[in-house]
Each structure stands twice: as structure tokens, then as C-alpha cells.
Write a protein that binds this ligand. Structure first.
Ligand code: HEC
Length: 96
């Protein structure tokens, strides 16, 4: 009778854990508008987007549709790139 010795291998389960990237903590980047910028977007929207037609209903279009709409309307309203961004962020922030 042979003894079977099982070599218990202690596999150090050091799976490099995918620690979530030190997420959204910092980074006041260009990507996200602040509440003030969104508030400015609302003002710009109300002042600039009701001149040629009645003020559109922000909830009438999806955020994807708004990208295209803003691309065609921002130049009509003579918005700067920043204003374009703020107005966009405002309209998509208005969700039913
Ligand atoms: C200089 C005039 C003018 C200004 C300013 C203007 N628009 Fe328009 N807008 C139009 C015209 C003309 C149309 C219809 C023809 C077209 O779609 O291009 C239109 C159409 C639209 C539509 C309907 C599009 C669709 O697909 O149903 C939306 C929504 C809209 N505008 C939003 C805006 C917003 C938001 C602003 C402010 C950033 C704005 N518009 C500023 C002239 C203007």
C-alpha cells in the first residue's frame, strides 16, 4: 500500500484585485458641468432658443437627439463651445 501524499499547494490567491479606479473623487474636468454651469445653460437656453421658434421642450428629445439638435442650433444661436455644452447639459438634465 502506497501512501499518496497530497501536496497541498497553498496557492497564494493574490489575484491582482481590480480595485475600482480612484473614481470620480477629484477631476473637476471639462467633461462634467457644475450646477452653476447647468443653471447658466438654462438661462442661455431660455434667452437664445426661443427666438426663432418657441422654446423647445427639453424632455421632447433624448440625450442622443439633443446632440444633433445642439450641433445644428448652437451656431444658429451663436453660442460659444462652452455655452453649447452648458445648454446641452441643461436640456439633458431635465428629465421628466
Ligand atoms: C436663428 C434661428 C434659430 C435659433 C436661434 C435656434 N433655432 Fe432651433 N430651429 C431653427 C429652425 C429654422 C428650425 C427648423 C429647421 C431645422 O430643423 O433646422 C429649428 C428647429 C429646432 C428644433 C426641432 C428639431 C427637430 O429635429 O425636431 C429644436 C429642438 C430646436 N430648434 C432647438 C433649438 C435650441 C435648443 C436652440 C438654442 C440653442 C435653438 N433651437 C435656437 C432656428 C433656430
Amino acid at each position: 500500500m502506497k501512501k499518496i501524499i497530497l501536496a497541498a499547494s497553498f496557492t497564494a490567491i493574490a489575484l491582482t484585485s481590480c480595485t475600482p479606479k480612484a473614481s470620480t473623487a477629484a477631476a473637476p474636468s471639462l467633461a462634467v458641468s457644475t450646477a452653476e454651469q447647468i443653471a447658466q445653460g438654462k438661462t442661455i437656453f431660455e434667452n437664445s432658443c426661443g427666438r426663432c421658434h418657441k422654446l423647445p421642450d427639453p424632455t421632447a428629445h433624448t440625450s442622443v437627439q439633443w446632440v444633433g439638435i445642439m450641433n445644428s442650433m448652437a451656431p444658429k444661436a451663436k453660442l460659444t463651445d462652452e455655452q453649447h455644452q452648458w445648454v446641452y447639459d441643461y436640456v439633458v438634465s431635465v428629465k421628466k
